[in-house]
Design a protein around this ligand. Sequence first.
Ligand SMILES: [Zn+2]
Length: 478
Amino acid sequence: MTLKFHNTLTGHLDEFISQTPGQVSLYTCGPTVYDYPHIGNWAAYIYWDILVRTLIANDYNVTRVMNLTDVGHLVSDADEGEDKLEKGARREGKTAWEVAKFYSNVFLEGMNRLGLIMPQYITPATEYIPQQIDMVRTLKAKGVTYQIDDGIYFDTSKFPRYADFAHLDLDALQAGARVEFNPQKRNPSDFALWKFTPNGEKRDMEWEFDGRMGFPGWHIECSAMALAHLGKTLDIHTGGIDHIPVHHTNEIAQSETANGVRFSNYWMHNNFLKVDGSKFSKSLGNGYTLDNLEAKGYSLLDFRMFLLQGHYKSESNFTFDNLTSARNRLNNWRNIATLRHQIHDTLQDDNEKGNDDKSISLYATSQAIIEAVNNDLGTPEALKIIDDAFSKIVNAKLTNIHRQAFVQLIETIDAVLGLQLMNTTPDISDDIKRIILERNQARADKDWSKSDKLRDQLLTEGIVIRDTNSEAIWEYKN
Ligand SMILES: [Zn+2]
């Protein structure tokens, strides 16, 4: 099967070929851990979870690094302003170390709550200071750095391909350089590799480098930690589209200058999530957290379903109406997943080798889901394929569903999309099964009042009965 991803490096939908057959090295730019992540932050990690699941579904062994930025990310995203961690520390009356630890835990917990596959390496920048210093030394030795009052900078004019990745217009950047542009910098696009602690100040987080205290610039951590665990050339590097012109452009300049080879063969970038058509902003109060969604009665799987309805490269719009529709769709899917408990025991699994009419279309559906995500993580197409298959199943007689192929379909949906249909649709208890049988008998006996009474009893147990021409099918009451 062919895997294709939109590669920012080439601007094309490229066939994916890893450097080593069967192995993928993947780097994901992680969060800056100074505040609660909102759903727009989480969207990216859910999209990249689909990437990991897609690679695994194609039998790749994925080695993945994700950083936690716990130092050096300045408020302006450039090299001006306060460190976000130090700012968070002032806001909360804690040290930067305490803030980093607290929000790192919030983030890791959130990953678990969202059912995201954990990277093999989750690397806080503060734990890789020697590696970052090493890389700055390498760059210094290559003559591409210069030192000014507030730090050591990368001279972007020494990296001829600097503008290529983001198609930057460096002349326009020069002309448009802001008034507060640091006059000691040689070029507006030059960026800090290492910042000095200002004279007379003491930071919570600072390290000694060549006799002076300081801290790493924001970009160097990703280059250093990718090198430490994945080597000089990555198969895939992911991040948000906002990273293209500065952060990723700078990572490429540092890594390719230091290592002398291409930094990553594929670059994938996710688009933004908006809320009610607006960007996230403090003043709008629309930066919903995972807790906010749960407090309103939604599950985090509802949120996952909502996101998968859009494509990672397109802007999505979050509204609670959209989230409600996603929840309804997911509940509907769960009820269909329960049919596996209701397909009566026949010998079909043993006797039929899975190549009869009943099974063929289900096996083909599993295959089609994987093909949809193989085409640049086409989750909207995958969901449509599932809807089509499920609408046929819901209208089929149970005896016409091949149980083994059906279970495989549900497992494929869970493996590729992480919707946890198996986990969230347990079988009913024997007691409830007995009530259903009694009710079926009452109907057969045309004892309508007894049958109605038993139906009400089931409702109180959270079970709804759907009568078809030939069968009574149970569903969860949503
Ligand atoms: Zn990064």
